[in-house]
Design a protein around this ligand. Structure first.
Ligand code: GLU
Length: 514
């Protein structure tokens, strides 16, 4: 493909960007980068009633966090700017006029009440009212197809409200091409004459979208499936203007974890996962929606997960860096059917990315959490010793999905347990355990060089000589050191916290558990 691939992500700033929107942005980004093209961000804010002030910044921040920055957009390489439709208002009128002049559009003066009455009339007869070739020239509707030129001009001069509607051709079969769905045939008689422009000077989405895609030299329109019904009109608009149409690709829906229906914020609230990349505060209600970032996901894991929602590489490979995605991405491998979202799989991706990080990177991520938790600990020096923290991280990371899990998995490396899991205590700490543990303390005191090897030899030797099961000692010992029956190898723990602390913890347990 040539080097002039230009794609755009064109969100309406009506609230936080849903992860479906991020997936659309991602596929645009991948396609652009794959073909050395340009990724444009255009803010489609013509509908002022739905405008939300902090939404645009949210979108920009989200793309930034995901590391899929736009090449052109508001405030960045404004080659075809402005990139906010509200700042392009003056551009659209002439295009509406062009369509009026060449017969592809007409003025309509029907009031909301009149249209409502038509709708009700139709309903009463079991029909649906559609403003199109059926009725537009029958005289019941008030438009420039039935009024004289003079009447039209008079109405406009008198300040009557009007809209400009697209004059959908009658009795045609449109053959549309979609990069994902192949050929789609549409009978134009089923389409309604959509509004393109209003007398308040504002274009509707359809007109602004097509005009901007043309002026911004967009080569491929990659967007969500919900826009597929607009494709016939958009394609006709290109014909009407005599412009070359971009190629279209409509991405499949992201489905609920159960597999049916579009994934919504409600699903996230119900099942406990975020649907937004970043936390979002609704300025009006103060409601806070959680975000992947704040929930502790790595952005590259989130992106990797999203890439596989509706696209597959054709192999079993699941882990892809952004560069690898760019390399592998192909619209031909985008599926037609909806892609089921899985919160568990998303966690799996995070876990994989966590394991791939070096221990050093993980230490840096863990330190702030550690500092918050260990403020008053006696073993304070341990977390200031990076080598120690690094050893801890190496021992526990495979059990973690998030860096936030580290504290739960490793607090005992930094401070003595403050409580003992009651169930485990009941089961493992028997009447004779206290005596055994006292003996164990003596054994440990006798180990001069407290290495894993020495501790193992001495303790295991002592247990064998007593002819008792290992569990009888090792389980209470674990309880003493960790507070619960979890954690990595006990000898690792003992030698990490040291002989003194090990003894102290056993004595604490004897005092507390008897
Ligand atoms: N403004 C539309 C949206 O909010 C853009 C649709 C398109 O990409 O054509 O998704």
């Amino acid at each position: 493909m040539s080097d002039n691939v230009r794609v755009r992500f064109a969100p309406s700033p009506t609230g936080p960007l849903h992860m479906g929107g991020v997936r659309t942005a991602l596929f645009n980004y991948l396609f652009a980068k794959k073909h050395n093209g340009t990724f444009v961000l255009r803010i489609e804010d013509t509908d002022q009633t739905r405008y939300v002030a902090n939404a645009e910044q949210y979108i920009v921040d989200a793309l930034e966090w995901c590391a899929i920055p736009f090449d052109e957009g508001p405030g960045r390489n404004e080659k075809f700017g402005p990139y906010r439709q509200s700042e392009r208002k003056d551009v659209y009128k002439q295009y509406a006029e062009e369509l009026l002049a060449n017969g592809w559009a007409y003025y309509a003066f029907d009031t909301a009440e009149q249209l409502d009455a038509h709708r009700k009339d139709h309903e009463a007869n079991g029909k649906t009212f559609i403003y199109n070739w059926h009725n537009r020239e029958k005289g019941r509707l008030v438009n420039s197809l039935v009024l004289s030129e003079e009447e039209v001009q008079q109405k406009i001069a008198a300040g009557e409200k009007y809209v400009v509607r697209f004059k959908t051709p009658q009795d045609q079969t449109l053959i549309l091409e979609d990069e994902v769905r192949g050929t789609i045939k549409i009978d134009t008689n089923t389409l309604d004459d959509k509004i393109l422009f209003k007398s308040d000077g504002m274009p509707t989405y359809h007109l602004a979208n097509i005009v901007d895609d043309h002026l911004m030299e967009i080569s491929h329109v990659i967007r969500g499936e919900e826009w597929l019904p607009s494709l016939p009109l958009h394609s006709l608009l290109y014909t009407a203007f005599g412009w070359e149409s971009p190629k279209f690709a409509h991405l499949p829906l992201i489905l609920k974890p159960v597999g049916k229906g579009k994934l919504s914020k409600r699903d996230g609230d119900k099942l406990g996962f975020p649907v937004f990349p970043l936390e979002y505060t609704n300025e009006k209600t103060g409601d806070i929606s959680r975000g992947y970032k704040e929930d502790g996901y790595f952005s590259d894991a989130f992106i990797n997960m999203l890439a596989l929602l509706g696209w597959n590489p054709g192999t079993e490979q699941e882990l892809f860096s952004l560069e690898a995605l760019v390399e592998a991405f192909d619209l031909a491998r985008v599926s037609k059917s909806g892609a089921k979202f899985s919160p568990d799989k998303t966690k799996w991706f995070n876990q994989q990315y966590l394991q791939q990080k070096t221990d050093n990177e993980l230490v840096e991520l863990y330190l702030p959490i550690l500092k918050e938790n260990v403020i008053a600990s006696e073993t304070k020096q341990s977390f200031e010793d990076k080598t120690y923290v690094q050893k801890v991280v190496a021992l526990i990371k495979e059990r973690a999905v998030f860096v936030q899990d580290f504290w739960d998995l490793s607090s005992f490396f930094f401070q003595d347990p403050t409580e003992y899991d009651p169930k485990a205590a009941k089961k493992q700490w028997k009447e004779t355990t206290g005596e055994l543990m006292k003996e164990l303390v003596t054994v440990i005191e006798g180990i001069e060089e407290f290495s894993i090897e020495n501790a193992q030899t001495e303790i295991k030797g002592w247990i064998t000589s007593k002819e008792i099961g290992f569990g009888k000692v090792m389980q209470p010992l674990r309880l003493s050191l960790v507070g619960k029956l979890a954690g990595p190898d006990l000898f690792e723990i003992m030698t990490m916290v040291g002989k003194e602390t090990t003894i102290k913890r056993i004595q604490n347990a004897i005092t507390n558990l008897g």
